[in-house]
Structure formats: structure tokens, C-alpha cells
Design a protein around this ligand. Structure first.
Ligand code: GAL
Length: 660
């Protein structure tokens, strides 16, 4: 991964000057300087104005904006402007419009009305990219290319005929012969045998449960189709402007599961990520910390760029919660603590018209004379003070395995319970570890695990042979590992691993389940160590493992719920149920202690500690001031810290630590 093309820890934003008259642009640049904005993403939704007709371009206004930004010392992340096609294009070529699973066309009138496999869309989009690359690729302000925008944001899967043909080509590449496809999809079931690839459709709505491997492959294809489109734009940019790095803003989040970003990462010169807090969740900040750690995992541990977030409320949740004073700073520092080298926002100036006019911005409707803008200026100052953090790495002793393929397969229908959500299972463990002051890298199951003291494998329903072998080797070499319920159940084709659950890990864990016994919503079970659990139990035996806890009630009293097996130099734990928060925390406490995981003193729910390079980040979301052990210099206040740092309620510290 390339280093970020902006200096220090930069402050950035989407800049949409076309929404404002030129008289405002000058004031924009002045205010950007006041706020310490280091870069802007320009032109994301400018296609219709940059190219008012098939053979007409109007770059004059764009030249002027770029000139103003450059004169103001503001760098540009230049969008390729292809995210929202102009009406003249969709009008002339309705065949490029997306179609959903029910066969409904998604019409123009908002944005993203295009299909990534459409040749006509691609042709027009790539022509625009070429124009922009030729005209601006060597402009001194332009430091980064930003392909399209949140590829797959509103629609991640496409069911149109053009996509159906692309899906068939993708399948032919993957399987070679239709017999191999029949085998992988288990089409002997329900008379689904195909005689030719031509008979295969995208999984459009069906009378009963669709073939799950068909769905899984369509999910893989859909991620690849958008990636392929990204590559097409990137290749034009690389050919014409080889010195300017290329990225696109990913959406690593808990709402969005449609792109396998571990596959995307090698194609990007740097990882850029968008994150919006979701007030609908029980623990929105814990979800932010999780996606930050996953983004770092996608970046292979390198620094990444937060390309979009909100200074306050968004406008697309049922109730759009505003940030309280101080939250903008602490939320932004959370991204930096977990590996971001830049914090950017959607958008510079709050729109006065259009579908996002109630979305927060750096300059709110109230203008410069506002608490929000003053906080933005404060944030710019804080990021400047901590600039030396840029490029450093987060140190994590824990690896949490995560896989989009497993997510897609786990959350398909017709499973033992419809109540299980993969991401909830992963979050629960991430939060428990974080609240103890430990840091987890969220990584792909086939990553190199050698450096980690503890590996947690939450509900990894789909696991490859390579994953099973790697975990076996990790434990034998001295690693400590926890696997939780409904893991290792199927292979990459979503075929059950026979002989007893959890097939892929059964021998390593020394356990064997013959049946699942999920619990109805609201029902809990007690364990003989005092824990409470819900959602899931299994008819489990432990032929080759120590039983640590058993159920005392529920459908399986006396049955093992938690087991532990010493293997080689290491230890493999199995948890066959979903523990509640307190019991999850207690088990995380034991595991991290046993494994010798570094836990930063002072961490507790509401007080987050992360060490990045030689810097200790203390984020205090609690309602009380806290004292945290530290020695060095608090970069935010400029004050020496000689043993403990005092952090006010809702405040933060970034301490450059002294060697002790
Ligand atoms: C993002 C998108 C931005 C803006 C923002 C609002 O998904 O990339 O253009 O719409 O959401 O939260």
C-alpha cells in the first residue's frame, strides 16, 4: 500500500461547488484554510455539468475551482465523476439501468442508476475518465484519483439481462464445465440440474427457497462485477497518469455486506473507507471501532484514509441523531487511533436543496458563526497537533477472523435459526476484547496468524480446508484460540462437512455435535459456572477436550457448553452457545490473561485505549473524568504527562509515550 498523498493527519471533505454560485467558492477556500482542511474530494457528482451532452464538455468552471483550491494550498482527491450518470445518457440508453430481483427497473432521478456490467455505461464513463485524466492528471493540486463513489452503495447486486450474461461468463470461468457447476451447487436437489450455462439465471425471486450456492455465487459475482468496473476505470487512470495513486471509497460497515473487500484491497493503491455512526445499533461507537479495525485488516495493517463521515447528524436514518459537543473530536480520533491517517467528511457546505439538505457538513446552514464550524476548526487544530502519528502502526495481540463469504453464507435462509446474524456474533467478541483494553486486528481467516497471542473465530460458518489447517498449525505452535458456535459447518461450496459439527474444526477442538438445538427468542439457558446464554445450544460431546462449563437447564442440561483442549504447545477453546455480555466479558478476561495479551490499564466500558506506534490514545466517552497511567507528552494539550493523564468526561488525550 502507498503512503497517503496528504501531509500528517489530514482533514478533508467532499467539495461540491456546483451546488453554489462562484461567489461562494472564494469564501469556501478561505474558510477551508481557517478550518485547516488539507484536501477535498472534488467532482463526485459533477458528470451532468462537466459533460452536458454526448460530445460536449464544459471544464471551464472546474478549472477555476481547481485553481482556487491550489492557490489556497488545498490538495485534491479528484473524483472520476462517474457515480451518477446524466439524464441525457440514461434517456438515450435505458438498457444501462439496474433491475432488481423482482424485475423492476430502478429509474433515474436520484443517483447510481447504472449497471456495472453494461457496456454502454462503461463506454461513456471511461470516455469521461479519459478526458479528466488527460486534463487534470498533471495538475499540481491533484494528488489522488477517486474512482466513482461508494461502488455498490445503494445497489450491490444487479439482476438485469446484461448482468445475467456476465454472471454466466463468470460461472464458466469459475467452473469450466456445467457438470462442475452442478456438482458445486448440489443441483441433484429439487431437479435443478443444468444442461448448459445458458440456462442459468441470476437468483431472481423464486416460489420457494432458492439454491443457496447459487445465491452465494451470485453474491461473489456481484462483488466481482463492481470490482471489475473499478479496475476498468483504474486502468485508464494508470495508463494516462501512472504517478497519481488510485483509490475508491469503500463501505466497510455492518449494514453493507455486498463487497468482499479482502479481494478488492490489492487493486487499490491505498485503502479509503467511509463510516457513518448508526444510531439504530445498541453500541454505535463499538461498531465504529470494529469497522476501523476491519478496515485496517483490509489495508493489511497499513495506514488508511477515512474518506467520509458526518460532523453531526446524517439524514437517512429513521431519527438522525446529532453529535453532542466534543463528540466530533473523539469520534474522529477513534478513526486515527485505529489506523486512519486522514479524517474526511461528507460534505464541505450543507446543501440548500436536494435529497441531502438536512445532512450535517463542515459549514452548516447557520454558516461560519456556529458551534459546529467552531468544532470543525478545533478538529483541524487537533489533527495538526497529532500529525506525527501519521504512518505508524497499531499494535494488536488479538486476531479476530472475519470473512465476507462466511457472512453471505451464514445469513442465508433455511438455517437452524433465523435469529443468528454473523456480524452480531463478531461484534460481541470485538467489543468484549476492546473493553478490556486489548486491541484486535480483524483479519481474513487465511492471514498469517503467527504474531498473535490470541485468535478468536466467531461463528465462521463457512471455512476452507486452508483455514482449518492454518488454525491447527497456529494452535500446535503455541497459539490460544477460541472458536464459537456454528463455525466450520460448510466448505466454500456451502456443502456440509459430514461426520459431526463443527466439521472443519472438530478434531482440533476435540468435540463433536450431532444436532443443533437453537433457542426461541427470549429463552435463556444457565451454565454451571454462573453464566447465562441464549440463541444457540448443541447436542455436544467432548471426546477429546476438557469440559469447562455445562448447561444446567434448557433443552440440554448436563451437556458441554464450553470446552478447552491443550494441543501441541497451544490451547483450543470451543464455545457452543451465545453468552450474554457479562459472561462474554468474563471469558474474554480469562482468555486474554491466559494468552498474555497486552491490556492497556485504565480501559473500561466508555473509556477506550489504543496504542498506535509510540502514541497512546485515550478516548473517554464516559460521564466522568478519568485518570489513565501514561508518561510523556499529551499532543492535544501540549502538557507533560508524568504518571497519569487526566481526561475529562467526553474528552481525549493523545500521549507521545516516553520509553520506560
Ligand atoms: C455516502 C455518500 C455521500 C453522501 C453520504 C451521506 O454514502 O457517498 O455522497 O450521500 O453518504 O451520508
Amino acid at each position: 500500500m502507498a503512503l497517503l498523498p496528504f501531509d500528517g493527519i489530514s482533514l478533508g471533505c467532499d467539495y461540491n461547488p456546483e451546488q453554489w454560485p462562484p461567489s461562494v467558492w472564494r469564501e469556501d477556500v478561505e474558510l477551508m484554510r481557517e478550518a485547516g482542511v488539507g484536501f477535498v474530494t472534488l467532482g463526485v457528482f459533477s458528470w451532468a455539468l462537466l459533460q452536458p451532452g454526448p460530445d460536449r464538455y464544459d471544464f471551464g468552471w472546474f478549472d477555476e475551482v481547481l485553481g482556487l483550491l491550489h492557490d489556497g494550498g488545498i490538495a485534491v482527491d479528484m473524483a472520476t465523476a462517474t457515480a451518477a450518470p446524466p439524464p441525457w445518457l440514461t434517456h438515450a440508453h435505458p438498457e444501462m439501468l439496474p433491475v432488481d430481483a423482482e424485475g423492476r427497473t430502478l429509474w433515474p432521478g436520484s443517483r447510481q442508476s447504472w449497471c456495472p456490467s453494461s457496456p454502454v455505461f462503461r463506454d461513456h464513463a471511461l470516455r469521461l475518465v479519459e478526458q479528466l485524466a488527460n486534463r487534470y492528471g498533471s495538475h499540481p493540486a491533484v494528488r489522488l484519483w477517486h474512482v466513482s463513489n461508494e461502488l455498490g452503495c445503494h445497489i450491490g447486486k444487479y439482476w438485469c439481462d446484461v448482468s445475467a450474461a456476465a454472471f454466466r461468463r463468470w460461472l464458466a470461468d469459475r467452473y469450466g464445465t456445467v457438470d462442475a457447476l452442478n456438482d458445486a451447487w448440489g443441483t441433484a436437489f429439487w431437479s435443478q440440474h443444468y444442461s448448459s450455462f445458458d440456462e442459468v439465471l441470476p437468483p431472481r425471486i423464486t416460489p420457494a427457497v432458492p439454491n443457496p450456492t447459487h445465491e452465494l455465487d451470485f453474491a461473489r459475482f456481484s462483488s466481482d462485477a463492481l470490482l471489475d468496473y473499478y479496475r476498468a476505470e483504474r486502468d485508464v487512470l494508470r495508463r494516462l497518469t501512472p504517478d497519481v495513486p488510485v483509490t475508491t471509497n469503500l463501505m466497510v460497515s455492518s449494514h453493507q455486506s455486498e463487497q468482499d473487500y479482502f479481494r478488492w484491497a490489492p487493486e487499490l493503491d491505498l485503502i479509503a473507507q467511509d463510516h457513518y455512526l448508526d444510531a439504530r445499533l445498541a453500541h454505535p461507537r463499538a461498531e465504529q471501532a470494529f469497522t476501523d479495525d476491519l478496515t485496517r485488516g483490509v489495508a493489511g495493517g497499513a495506514a488508511w484514509l477515512l474518506m467520509e463521515s458526518a460532523t453531526s447528524a446524517v439524514n437517512w436514518q429513521p431519527v438522525n441523531v446529532a453529535k453532542r459537543p466534543g463528540e466530533l473530536l473523539v469520534d474522529s480520533l477513534r478513526h486515527v487511533a485505529r489506523g486512519a491517517d486522514g479524517v474526511a467528511f461528507f460534505q464541505w457546505r450543507a446543501s440548500r436543496a436536494g435529497g441531502e439538505k438536512f445532512h450535517s457538513a463542515l459549514v452548516p446552514h447557520a454558516g461560519r458563526d456556529s458551534q459546529r464550524f467552531r468544532e470543525v476548526v478545533g478538529l483541524g487544530d487537533a489533527l495538526r497537533r497529532i500529525g506525527e502519528v501519521a504512518g505508524s502502526r497499531v499494535k494488536a495481540d488479538v486476531a479476530l477472523l472475519f470473512d465476507w463469504n462466511s457472512w453471505w453464507a451464514c445469513d442465508l435462509g433455511s438455517h437452524p435459526t433465523g435469529e443468528l446474524r454473523y456480524v452480531d456474533a463478531v461484534h460481541r467478541w470485538h467489543r468484549a476484547v476492546t473493553e478490556l483494553g486489548a486491541t484486535a486486528d480483524v483479519v481474513h481467516p487465511e492471514s498469517d496468524l503467527a504474531g498473535y497471542r490470541l485468535v478468536i473465530v466467531p461463528t465462521l460458518y463457512l471455512a476452507s480446508d486452508a483455514t482449518a489447517a492454518a488454525l491447527d498449525a497456529y494452535v500446535r505452535a503455541g497459539g490460544q484460540m477460541l472458536v464459537t458456535y456454528f463455525s466450520g459447518i460448510v466448505d466454500e461450496r456451502d456443502h456440509i462437512r459430514l461426520g459431526g459439527y463443527p466439521g472443519a474444526f472438530r478434531e482440533l477442538l476435540g468435540v463433536r455435535a450431532e444436532e443443533f438445538a437453537p433457542l426461541p427468542p427470549g429463552q435463556t439457558v444457565a451454565l454451571d459456572d454462573g453464566s447465562t446464554a441464549d440463541l444457540w445450544t448443541e447436542v455436544l460431546t467432548a471426546p477429546d477436550a476438557e469440559v469447562v462449563a455445562r448447561y444446567t437447564d434448557g433443552p440440554l442440561p448436563g451437556t458441554p457448553a464450553l470446552t478447552r483442549r491443550a494441543v501441541g504447545e497451544g490451547v483450543a477453546w470451543y464455545l457452543a452457545t451465545r453468552l450474554d455480555d457479562a459472561a462474554t466479558a468474563a471469558l474474554a478476561d480469562r482468555l486474554t490473561r491466559d494468552a498474555g495479551v497486552t491490556r492497556l490499564a485504565g480501559a473500561q466500558p466508555g473509556v477506550e485505549l489504543v496504542r498506535r506506534g509510540h502514541h497512546l490514545f485515550v478516548l473517554n466517552r464516559s460521564h466522568d473524568p478519568v485518570k489513565v497511567p501514561a508518561r510523556g507528552l499529551d499532543l492535544l494539550t501540549g502538557e507533560r504527562v508524568g504518571g497519569t493523564v487526566d481526561v475529562p468526561a467526553g474528552g481525549a488525550a493523545v500521549v507521545r509515550e516516553e520509553e520506560t
